[in-house]
Design a protein around this ligand. Structure first.
Ligand code: C2E
Ligand code: CA
Ligand code: CA
Ligand code: CA
Length: 279
């Protein structure tokens, strides 16, 4: 029966486009990636613009496959979301983030939090909050150590369900960040109903901040509206001093981007923080 299945698979792949073929390869490779230890995490510092020192960090997953090579999370995360693997991957990510936070703490580095990206699929099972709590307990950490990033797109989709889950996470003590803000169509009045802490302005608005008047206005509006609702704001993808200058002028709270540091490994992170803070 197994042989037959394989032949049938082969028969169909011939008819499939290269794109679909690549996707199928990625999907089956993904299934093994966790067991085979092919993932690792990197961490990018997020800078408090008042003190110009590192406040917290974002945890980002990396996948190095022996044959496929480096596969971008922008490519494989949507596939993992579709086939449900994101649940296991997400828990692994949370575990790595807690472990890193604890490791840094033991070395004397006290970060405000480590942010993990949580996919909307992970909310469907309903026990994400409990799972994260268990992971935190293993490391003896407070919920505050783990910040939750969810995309604006997700907030637009599911109202009651979303509010319930976010409120539970917030009540448990997690900070909640809205990722990629501005690319969707959330209105601020809608955002106000959600238990949020930080709004992250999407990189697409930051890229041309130095010379695109529209992007300047949009960013400035997001910052001032967010502040009036009691949220703090992070600018993503800050790469040059001109962007930084404008963001400081708008009283943006945090900045993240290559200007400060690329994402680095857990071991490199302490040196990176020292470098950024000593500037
Ligand atoms: P994101 O959450 O918006 O993450 C920010 C992305 O911007 C990261 O790409 C980061 O490396 C990149 N970045 C940071 N600073 C700069 C900069 O100054 N310039 C430019 N050009 N890029 C910058 P990355 O790591 O490739 O991740 C891509 C996306 O994949 C993430 O976007 C997120 O949506 C997803 N992702 C990454 N890790 C995870 C994860 O552990 N779980 C889930 N569910 N999604 C993840
Ligand atoms: Ca993010
Ligand atoms: Ca983002
Ligand atoms: Ca400094």
């Amino acid at each position: 029966a197994k042989e037959l299945g394989r032949n049938r698979f082969r028969y169909y792949t011939r008819a499939l486009s290269e794109e679909t073929d690549k996707r199928l390869k990625t999907e089956s490779a993904l299934r093994e990636a966790l067991q085979k230890d092919q993932f690792h995490m990197v961490f990018q510092p997020i800078i408090d613009l008042r003190s110009m020192e590192v406040s917290h960090a974002e945890a980002l997953i990396r996948w190095n496959h022996p044959e496929l090579g480096f596969v971008s999370p922008e490519y494989f995360i949507p596939i993992a979301e579709e086939n449900g693997l994101i649940n296991d991957i997400g828990l692994w990510v949370a575990r790595q983030a807690c472990h890193a936070y604890k490791g840094w703490l033991l070395e004397g580095l006290i970060l405000n939090s480590v942010a993990i990206n949580v996919s909307s699929v992970q909310f469907k099972k309903g026990d994400l909050g409990r799972q994260i709590r268990e992971i935190l307990e293993e490391e003896g950490l407070d919920a505050r150590a783990i910040e939750i990033e969810i995309t604006e797109r997700y907030l637009m989709d599911q109202t009651e369900h979303t509010i319930k889950h976010l409120s539970a996470l917030k009540d448990a003590g997690h900070l909640i960040s809205v990722d990629d803000f501005g690319v969707g169509y959330s209105s601020m009045s809608y955002m106000k109903r959600l238990p949020l802490d930080i709004i992250k302005i999407d990189r697409s608005f930051i890229t041309d901040l130095a010379d695109d008047e529209n992007d300047r206005q949009i960013s400035q509006a997001i910052i001032s509206l967010s502040h009036s609702l009691g949220y703090r704001v992070t600018a993503e993808g800050v790469e040059n001093p001109a962007q930084l200058e404008f963001l400081e002028h708008c009283r943006c709270d945090f900045a993240q981007g290559y200007l400060f540091s690329r994402p680095v490994t857990e071991t490199q992170f302490i040196d990176t923080v020292t470098e950024v803070n000593d500037r």
